[in-house]
Write a protein that binds this ligand. Structure first.
Ligand SMILES: [Zn+2]
Length: 93
């Protein structure tokens, strides 16, 4: 049974299953190459899996996704070095 687009109801749905030797991926200011991340909705390991609508561009899948490991790295980088100091400053000490 063919699926239809959740946005435009078109049946022009493309399924991509690819084996990937080198996956370059970027999000926010992070960039990484190597294996396909398994927490970004595009497969994982050495496999890329995409399903999208060729009519409107809508990507199919379960979204929103939880924060990925790459994004968590970004959050860590932006955390203040000394949270206690910042909290004391905010208290007026
Ligand atoms: Zn569509």
């Amino acid at each position: 049974m063919a699926i239809t687009c959740v946005r435009c109801n078109s049946d022009r749905i493309a399924h991509v299953d690819a084996k990937c030797d080198l996956c370059l991926i970027s999000i926010l200011d992070k960039e990484r190459d190597g294996y396909v991340p398994d927490d970004m909705g595009i497969g994982g390991g050495s496999v890329v899996t995409l399903v999208y609508c060729m009519e409107c561009g809508q990507m199919m899948g379960k979204f929103p996704l939880p924060v990925s490991e790459m994004e968590k790295d970004k959050v860590k980088a932006e955390e203040p070095l000394d949270k206690g100091l910042i909290e004391n400053l905010l208290k007026g000490i």
